[in-house]
Design a protein around this ligand. Structure first.
Ligand code: AGP
Length: 367
């Protein structure tokens, strides 16, 4: 990897556009595409676990949160997930057949390392999903699952996030196979979905870029933005809000769409755009009713969906971003792209220091 910006204005932009390549590369490390199978996992005996603990910080935590849905659904493995800075304080009993997984781009994040050491001192098997193979977290783990994103320079994590998702998706499939909760056919279908997913990433980036740039120009005039999603799109809503506030300094919040009526709906008016991440899946109808609640209160909606989702709503939107139809295991990878581009272009319009936002460090080595 050559660490320069190439033809891009910022490292963050370059790293967003590197994703089709690095995701492919990472997936190939964990999936045998010729055989249509996930490669077996070494170092953690997923077949014999009663539960899995995941902890991480920031964007890496959101990747873990998405993985919780996958491990529970596909491998029927209960997952406890915490932000690493809280993990030790709740004094979770580390008993039974459990393993702990730590997700970190840098492999040096102090909170994540502290929870790793805590689990280790209690005799728990440690796995690490890290982007820097020689990092402290990698060195102190029993099993290392590298993300092959290459160096990530922009403080806002982009390609490391989607590579974490790629590793975690492959691990969830392999765990499902090891635990006998996924059939050969289901595995083959999911692998095929990932093949198709990685094939369309580049095209998606090219196609959505102009609309997102125009949308971001409008968004840059607002002070607050709300992101909503259900299922795996809920952590993605959290990630969207984090990314936007980190680099554009616009106040943003992510919510589970169903929580809207339990509080944040009080904030809805024409001054707070609501970005709704809603592929046409089994949860789509419910999210549409949340959008109706927003529209009825004069809220502006930005809908990120697929062709079917776009066809099946008559709601007026500020913008609708349409992505290809994709299987559930692939949607977080695809939907991360518009979420990242919205934050990036909005920040560019705001004139902020995109790669080095104020008050933030790439790697947080204090607790
Ligand atoms: C992401 O955009 C952030 N800058 C931040 O939340 C980051 O993901 C977090 O600090 C964790 O870092 P790590 O992955 O290096 O452990």
């Amino acid at each position: 990897y050559v660490v320069d910006k190439g033809n891009h204005k910022h490292f963050m932009e370059k790293e967003i556009y590197e994703q089709p390549e690095v995701i492919s590369h990472t997936l190939s490390h964990y999936i045998d595409f010729a055989e249509g199978k996930a490669k077996p996992i070494e170092g953690i005996d997923f077949a014999n676990l009663d539960r899995l603990a995941i902890s991480a910080c920031g964007t890496a935590y959101y990747a873990g949160l998405i993985a919780k849905y996958w491990f529970e659904r596909y491998a029927r493995l209960p997952v406890e997930i915490d932000v690493a800075s809280e993990f030790r304080y709740r004094e979770m009993p580390l008993t039974g057949k459990m393993a702990a997984l730590f997700v970190s781009q840098s492999g040096e994040t102090a909170d994540t390392l502290a929870s790793l050491r805590y689990c280790k001192s209690e005799g728990v098997t440690i796995g690490a999903v890290v982007n820097v193979p020689e990092s402290t977290i990698a060195r102190e783990s029993d099993a290392v699952f590298p993300t092959l994103a290459g160096p990530e320079i922009g403080v806002a994590s982009t390609k490391a996030f989607t590579c974490q998702l790629s590793v975690l998706a492959a691990l969830a499939i392999a765990a499902g196979k090891a635990r006998g909760t996924l059939s050969d056919e289901q595995e083959a279908e999911m692998v095929q979905a990932l093949v198709e997913g990685r094939r369309v990433l580049g095209e998606v980036l090219r196609e959505i870029q102009p609309r997102i740039e125009a949308l971001s120009r409008d968004l840059s005039h607002f002070k607050d933005v709300l992101y909503l999603g259900r299922g795996t799109n809920f952590p993605l809503a959290l990630e969207g809000a984090l990314k936007l506030k980190e680099i554009s300094y616009i106040h943003a919040e992510g919510y589970a769409a169903g929580e809207l009526k339990h509080g944040p709906i009080a904030l809805i008016d024409e001054d707070m755009p609501v970005i709704v991440i809603a592929p046409h899946d089994q949860l789509y109808e419910k999210t549409v009713s949340n959008m109706q609640e927003v529209a009825a209160r004069g809220g502006r909606i930005v809908l990120i969906t697929d062709e079917r989702g776009a066809r099946e709503t008559a709601l007026q939107t500020m913008e609708t971003i349409v992505l290809p139809q994709a299987a559930e295991i692939v949607t977080p990878l695809l939907y991360a792209l518009p979420v990242q581009l919205i934050a990036y272009h909005t920040a560019v319009f705001m004139g902020t220091d995109v790669d080095q936002p104020r008050n933030l460090a790439k790697s947080v080595t204090v607790e």
